[in-house]
Design a protein around this ligand. Structure first.
Ligand code: BMA
Length: 821
């Protein structure tokens, strides 16, 4: 029996007398905002006030009614799925317990504290901010520079203290479900399901631990429902805590990551009963699959690749950070939008980065459903910890809670100890305190791997990202394990540098851009709209980043004429940079087996490495991702006047088709053209052809006015296409493309058909007053190739008819970013 305590509570700052209405689950910042007590911390420079607010203590309370039936249970347990972070729980004014880790689930026996009728629960939160400040004075610990000093002292999502893309808003509150549960006869303590894959069947072993309070024989029932609704069941009588139940699934339907097959899910329900009365139950949705990391010595070093159901997967995706600095505002809908956006951009993998939180159950449900492999970090990043026995004990509980919660998901690809701490010790040698280094080894190379082995033995543990396997052995080694490659961007190396490395698996590399103008408008006044203004700089957390954007801009594009153009070209730079890396690594499929860029999303409106901004708006990079992660990719490796065509086939089928290319000039004459037929086996990359245009591109001037257009056709139509310039875009003699858009209606859709008179680079469509994801955007338009963009009518909010669509459709391309003389 459950008494849900979610819902309306009261909250106040402990220094004040005024109580406000609060929502649980929720957080202090969210409640204060809803009550109009504080200003939106995301607006202009309001973030500065956040630290004052977070420096105080807060109190939550509510009444709850306990009836006879609930009270009569042998055990009453208060279950707190998430308290952020330092909380004291009181029932009817008596202390019930304390918490110190936002990542843990806490349970308290409360039978002795409650009575029949009205009861009161109080939860008092001590400021995490003040706590880490104080602790750090006593014992300074190194942590990422953009966060509040001392954050490694507390088990709370690190980036809530700030990061190089995140504000400092160390919020507090009852951030996950809270309820009371009564048990009388027994309880299902733990259920663990393992799969044995054999020819034509999968055997399920269900281990159920029960707690028996009554000493009688209880019934344990297991039901497995297939994706088509077929039911297989098994039943046993038990008194003991350890139970094993076997079930065979014949003709199993296997789960695959996105792009390789379907995502069928089976439901496993385990029930504990006493003479037909259900005492407890647990429900899991599992996918039948094997997933391994293949690490094999080879001619280059050691491979690092996901192998799903025996097939090697080239991991394509991005790094995921918390979706909102005010966690109360996260929702399944928002996460689904994001995960869908990943799949729409052909992702098959997502990395949950260690500086945030272990995501909600629905995050993993969605990754199961949409087919994203999850690289799951434990929540440790860029920090040194004081690894005391107490700290280890706390972390062990956290790890067990989360391993048990997440381990059954089909999407779970691997567990990783932390983000960038092993490499931190290796490259920066941190503070050289021996005990901290020993603590590191204990935590990430002994304690966590042992826990994974014990509670989730079939999933892989990797000590750190990046790593070559641990022990501070060259963690960022090009030829072993995963790497974070930041010389392009942090190291100001040109995009071409990506091509110097054939990493085994790139789990981070990134490039910043500004969010869209609509997003900038949400936090600025018109006078702030200059990237060096005080307000814009407050929404740029990486100190040197604006300078870097401008540096790369100077290398690539002409000086943009205004703010709007600068925002737009910043996104183009980002998209081109990441494309450059990904295409190169996909061309080297086999040696390199993963390209996970930094970062997918934002937790507030900010300039950052994200491809989707805080409001869910796709930057140019996300549209590019859809193309550079296309299952069948045509990419071009160019060197001077030479071009190589490469095809990468990330599908499970043989692909046949042809590549059609044209070498054109700005007068739109075709200088050369050709066609190459190809056939490529599943899951491989190959070079199709090398061409040399040195006869027509003998001078720099020739290169300034010549471009290559290429397209890959299969029986499905055009699957991959692009254009290639032989000089940097700033030197290319772009002509006015005079883009023409014709809009027609076809049933429930508008068709926007676009043509141009000259090459148009990075054509951007935008409909004023609307937020729309187009089927394509930031594409090149070549004269003679009509591009038709279809838009469903019912996605519009303000556009009512074709005329208003015409009025509000704004189109620009690179040509428009500079003043024309
Ligand atoms: C990485 C991440 C983050 C950081 C990003 C950009 O290495 O792990 O810590 O936000 O770089 O600097």
């Amino acid at each position: 029996m459950i008494l849900n305590l979610n819902g309306i509570w009261k909250m106040k700052c402990t220094d004040e007398n005024n109580w406000y209405k609060a929502n649980v689950p929720g957080t202090v910042f969210n409640d204060l905002l809803n009550n109009g007590v504080i200003d939106d911390p995301f607006y202009r420079d309001n973030e500065i006030k956040a630290l004052e607010i977070a420096a105080k203590d807060y109190e939550y309370k509510r009444e709850f009614y306990i009836d006879k039936e609930l009270l009569n249970h042998k055990r009453l347990v208060l279950c707190c799925k998430g308290l952020d972070t330092l909380a004291e729980i009181r029932i009817n004014d008596k202390p019930v317990g304390r918490t110190k880790n936002m990542h843990r689930t806490y349970e308290f026996d409360i039978k002795e504290y409650v009575h029949e009728g009205e009861n009161t629960i109080h939860i008092i939160f001590e400021s995490s901010l003040e706590y880490v400040r104080k602790k750090n004075e006593e014992n300074p610990l190194w942590g990422a520079e953009d966060a509040v000093k001392g954050f490694p002292h507390i088990r709370k999502g690190h980036c809530t203290f700030g990061w190089d893309w995140g504000p400092q808003i160390p919020d507090l509150g009852i951030w996950r479900d809270i309820f009371i549960r009564g048990y009388s006869f027994g309880k299902l303590d733990d259920v663990y399901i393992t799969q044995k894959h054999e020819e034509g069947k999968v055997g399920l072993l269900i281990k159920a631990d029960i707690e028996n309070f009554c000493g009688e024989l209880l019934d344990l029932e297991v039901t497995v429902t297939s994706p088509d609704g077929e039911v297989i069941a098994s039943k046993t009588k038990t008194k003991d805590n350890k139970n094993h139940i076997y079930l065979d699934i014949e003709n199993p339907k296997l789960w695959w990551p996105n792009g390789y097959g379907e995502q069928p899910l089976y439901t496993v329900e385990v029930k504990l009963k006493n003479k037909d009365v259900e005492l407890d139950s647990k429900k899991f949705r599992i996918g039948l699959r094997t997933i391994k990391i293949n690490r094999q010595r080879d001619e280059w070093g050691e491979s690092f690749e996901f192998v799903v159901n025996g097939k090697d997967i080239f991991a394509m995706g991005a790094n995921y950070i918390p979706e909102d600095s005010i966690l109360a505002r996260c929702s399944r809908e928002r996460t689904e939008y994001l995960i869908k956006s990943c799949v729409e951009a052909n992702f098959n993998t997502i990395r949950v980065w260690g500086g945030g939180i272990y995501p909600e159950d629905y995050f993993f449900d969605l990754c199961d459903e949409y087919g994203l492999i999850v690289w799951q970090d434990f929540m440790f990043a860029c920090a040194i910890y004081e690894v005391t026995d107490e700290f280890i004990e706390n972390v062990e509980e956290e790890a067990i809670d989360n391993i048990k919660r997440i381990r059954h998901h089909a999407c779970l690809g691997l567990w990783c100890g932390n983000n960038e701490i092993e490499s931190g010790w290796f490259y920066w040698d941190f503070e050289r305190k021996a005990r901290h280094k020993t603590g590191y080894i204990k935590l990430f190379e002994i304690v966590l791997p042992e826990l994974v082995k014990k509670y989730d033995p079939n999933n892989f543990y990797w000590p750190s990202s990046p790593s070559s396997g641990g022990g501070f052995e060259n963690p960022d080694d090009e030829n072993t394990g995963d790497v974070h490659y930041w010389d392009v961007w942090h190291g100001l190396k040109p995009f071409t540098y990506y091509r110097n490395f054939k990493f085994r698996f790139v789990s981070e590399f990134g490039f910043q851009s500004f969010p869209s103008e609509k997003t900038i408008e949400s936090f600025t006044l018109p006078e702030d709209r200059n990237i060096f203004s005080y307000v814009m700089e407050r929404h740029q957390k990486n100190g040197a980043a604006n300078g870097k954007i401008l540096y790369y801009l100077s290398e690539t594009f002409k000086y943009p004429k205004d703010f709007s153009s600068l925002i737009y070209v910043s996104q183009l730079l980002q998209a081109e940079a990441i494309k450059y890396g990904v295409e190169h690594w996909r061309r080297n499929r086999g040696r390199c087996m993963g390209a996970i860029y930094w970062q997918l999303n934002d937790c507030w409106p900010v300039a950052s490495w994200s491809s989707i901004d805080y409001y869910g708006r796709w930057k140019a990079l996300h549209y590019f991702a859809r193309k550079f992660f296309a299952p069948v990719l045509l990419s071009v490796n160019d060197e001077g006047t030479q071009v190589e065509f490469h095809v990468t086939n990330e599908t499970m089928e043989n692909v046949k088709g042809s590549v059609v290319w044209k070498l054109r000039n700005v007068k739109e004459e075709i200088l050369k053209e050709g066609k190459v037929s190809f056939e490529i086996a599943p899951l491989m990359a190959k070079k199709l052809k090398t061409l040399d245009f040195k006869d027509v591109l003998s001078s720099y001037n020739d290169k300034m006015e010549t471009y290559l257009e290429y397209r890959l056709y299969t029986e499905k139509g055009i699957e991959s296409e692009g254009t290639l310039l032989f000089v940097k875009p700033k030197h290319f003699l772009l002509k006015d493309p005079e883009i023409k858009a014709e809009i027609t209606e076809k049933e429930d859709r508008y068709l926007i058909s676009l043509t141009s008179k000259a090459l148009a680079k990075y054509v951007e469509l935008n409909i004023e007053g609307e937020d729309i994801i187009f089927m394509d955007n930031y594409f090149d338009l070549v004269p003679g190739n009509e591009k038709v963009i279809e838009v469903e009518k019912d996605i519009f909010t303000s556009v009512k008819d074709i005329e208003s669509l015409k009025d509000n459709l704004k189109i620009r391309s690179l040509f428009d970013t500079v003043e024309q003389m």
